[in-house]
Write a protein that binds this ligand. Structure first.
Ligand code: ATP
Length: 227
């Protein structure tokens, strides 16, 4: 496998219980690539993401994500795989009873950071990256939906992930704010983190021309086009 490939699936069958959702998936995503994942409701987008973040086991086929072999992934390795991934999901909300800073600190401590100075520095760094340095002491309800999504992205960046998986990250946002969020994800990909973003938003796809993969009819199509 080429060194710059961070997601590699070979002949993977994706099952939900006994139901075959996607068959014979072959997918390579390189460092720094930005890829849209499209497909109708129920076509298998979330299931594919679950395979990538180790929430669904690979049945047939082989897979490697950020250096982890999915086929032989032990339960105890899943948290380590997740540290290489930044996850930006619509239902992956901020803790409402803590400030932005405390939300980020919580994740760092949970992933093994214990040096107060390094923690403070890292929090400032990621907030700077998403343009929210000045909101560090705010509570989630004191910032807008778009800003909350930026904090979720900042949180995903904390452990310097190789890959960001984003499932409908703009689902609850107005068109202008959605564009800002995708622009931010694009910039993040340009600095070397691969981004795989599931979306139904064709306006966004047209605005940010990128590689598109599509779940349809039980398979994944490469180089999909939208009409
Ligand atoms: N936990 C589960 N148990 C059994 N079947 C499931 C489970 N989750 C999803 N499925 C089924 O797997 C198929 C693919 O679902 P999936 O959630 O991957 O689709 P999706 O493309 O992400 O849809 P959406 O755009 O609505 O999120 C569907 O037929 C769904 O009913």
């Amino acid at each position: 496998m080429a060194e710059n490939i961070v997601i590699n699936l070979q002949k993977v069958d994706v099952f939900q219980q006994k139901h075959l959702v996607l068959s014979n998936v072959n997918l390579d995503i390189a460092k720094g690539e930005f890829v849209f994942l499209i497909g109708q409701t129920g076509s298998g987008k979330s299931s594919l993401l679950k395979i990538i973040y180790g929430d669904l086991h690979i049945g047939n086929g082989n897979g490697a994500v950020a250096g982890f072999d999915l086929k032989n992934l032990a339960e105890k390795d899943v948290p380590y795989l997740r540290r290489k991934l930044g996850i930006v999901f619509q239902d992956f909300q901020l803790l409402s009873d803590r400030t932005i800073e405390q939300n980020l600190e919580f994740v760092l401590k949970a992933t093994g950071w214990d040096d107060k100075n390094l923690i403070n520095e890292r929090i400032k760094d990621v907030l700077e990256k998403v343009g929210l340095r000045s909101k560090i002491k705010k509570m989630p309800h004191e910032i807008s939906g778009g800003e909350q999504q930026r904090v979720v992205i900042a949180r995903a960046l904390l452990n310097n992930p190789e890959i960001i998986l984003a499932d409908e990250p703009t689902g609850n946002l107005d068109p202008e704010t959605s564009e800002e969020i995708v622009l931010l994800l694009k910039q993040i990909s340009q600095s070397g983190t691969a981004v795989l973003m599931a979306t139904h938003d064709y306006h966004i796809i047209r605005t940010f021309p990128s590689r598109i993969i599509k779940c349809e009819g039980g398979v994944v199509h490469e180089d999909a086009q939208i009409t």
